[in-house]
Write a protein that binds this ligand. Structure first.
Ligand code: LCS
Length: 392
């Protein structure tokens, strides 16, 4: 594969050589748990690392490896790793970097289960954390402690879509030798590549845009070879949250169309946002592409387009939000995002229900907040459905 190829080409070809697989156009699925050794001595050499080769699919699998090479290339990273879920990726990365007594600095607003994981690390392993807006140098410098091991960022943040300046955070982290981990789920490498802004590790819930078809749960990680090897040999191998070969194959397929799907998601979102923003029942539309958004300038700096998610509030509270959602006819009520189908959810009672009330409010998640993952349908049909639910 030519490393100079553009993103769209790499998304289709990187990690796969047909010649090495009977010239099969589609990549084969190595649906096997283990690999045989010619002799006992050959097995010994594989285990000692003296001879390269596959051993057992928890330690590596050819179909999964193709995916790992592809995501590494798309994120401009040295190496990649695949996991059985986004949360398996988040936990393997964090546990690789921290030990008991350490501190994690985290964006004020993360996916509900990441918030749950941070609390578990605190309660069980004395790994403390602080959640902060991370929107000024002084604030970040003031929050860093001698034991801060990791700065963990979601950007855009789920579900308020606030954007964090990756270059600013990583420059401060570098001064102090702290690792910066970025959850790039909402952007995908097509819209934003955090390693190019000096961050150390990027991860994804590949369940979302990377898979793109609502049929797989998966996680991906990319970064420098040394860190990726360390994760592969410890928090991946020994905790074991690996991806199945079939699910890796679904993601290889999903990645081929990622650029064109993202273009369409973003175009549709731009059209819907304009309409939503002008509707009298809708208030506080959160979309980093809006010129009025506090995140607009940073978005323009570090993202190709502002993404395919829109959050907004309606007049009223939980009841009004639920009545509105129940009136929708085509848009599906479901958590997850990044699928062909438009999906809508109520973060306060769904994805972020595990976050205590006060903390949730500090994250900017009110009872009337609704998150829409704009799908690939004709945007006019998505808008018609929203409009009839707003006006009926
Ligand atoms: N990171 C982010 C930003 C996420 O949104 C999610 C899941 C995860 C990590 C975890 O990934 P998973 O293990 O589910 O693959 N977010 C969800 C959401 O917003 N709705 O449903 C799941």
């Amino acid at each position: 594969m030519n490393k100079e190829h553009r993103f769209e080409t790499k998304a289709i070809h990187e990690g796969y050589e047909a010649k090495a697989h009977c010239n099969s156009l589609a990549s084969p699925i190595y649906q096997t748990s283990t690999f045989t050794f010619e002799t006992a001595e050959a097995g010994e050499k594989r285990f000692s690392g003296e001879e390269p080769g596959y051993i057992y699919s928890r330690l590596g699998n050819p179909t999964v490896r193709m995916l790992e090479e592809r995501i590494a290339s798309l994120e401009n990273a040295e190496a990649g790793l695949a996991f059985g879920s986004g949360m398996a990726a988040v936990s393997a990365v964090l546990m690789n970097f921290v030990r008991s007594g350490d501190h994690i600095l985290c964006s004020e607003g993360v996916y509900g289960c990441t918030f749950g994981l941070l609390n578990m690390l605190k309660d069980k392993f004395s790994i403390d954390h602080d959640l902060l807006p991370l929107d000024s140098k002084d604030q970040i410098r003031g929050a860093i402690r001698p034991n801060t091991a990791v700065i963990y960022i979601e950007t855009p943040i789920n579900p308020t879509l606030k954007v964090i300046d990756l270059e600013m955070v990583s420059s401060i982290a570098k001064e102090k030798g702290i690792k910066v981990v970025v959850d790039n789920t909402f952007s995908t490498p097509y819209l934003q590549r955090p390693l190019e802004y000096g961050c150390d590790i990027v991860l994804h819930s590949a369940t979302k845009y990377i898979g793109g078809h609502g049929d797989v749960i998966a996680g991906l990680v990319a970064g420098d070879q040394e860190t990726i090897t360390s994760i592969a040999k410890s928090t991946q191998k020994d905790i074991g949250g690996i991806l199945s070969p079939f699910d890796a194959w679904l993601l290889l397929r999903g990645l081929k169309t990622l650029p064109i799907r993202m273009d369409r998601h973003c175009d549709n979102a731009r059209n819907i946002v304009e309409k939503l923003n002008r509707h009298p029942r809708v208030r506080n539309v959160m979309y980093p592409g809006l010129k009025s958004s506090p995140s607009h300038l940073i978005t323009m700096k570090q993202m190709k387009y502002p993404g395919g998610l829109i959050s907004f509030e309606l007049e009223g509270g939980k009841k009004e939000a639920q009545v509105f959602m129940n009136r929708l006819k085509m848009i599906k009520i479901a958590v997850s995002l990044g699928d062909a189908e438009s999906l809508i959810q109520h973060p306060a009672t769904m994805t972020h229900a595990v976050v205590p009330d006060g903390e949730r409010r500090r994250m900017g998640i009110s009872e009337s907040l609704i998150r829409l993952s704009v799908g690939l349908e004709a945007w006019e049909d998505i808008w018609d459905d929203l409009l009839q639910a707003l006006e009926s």
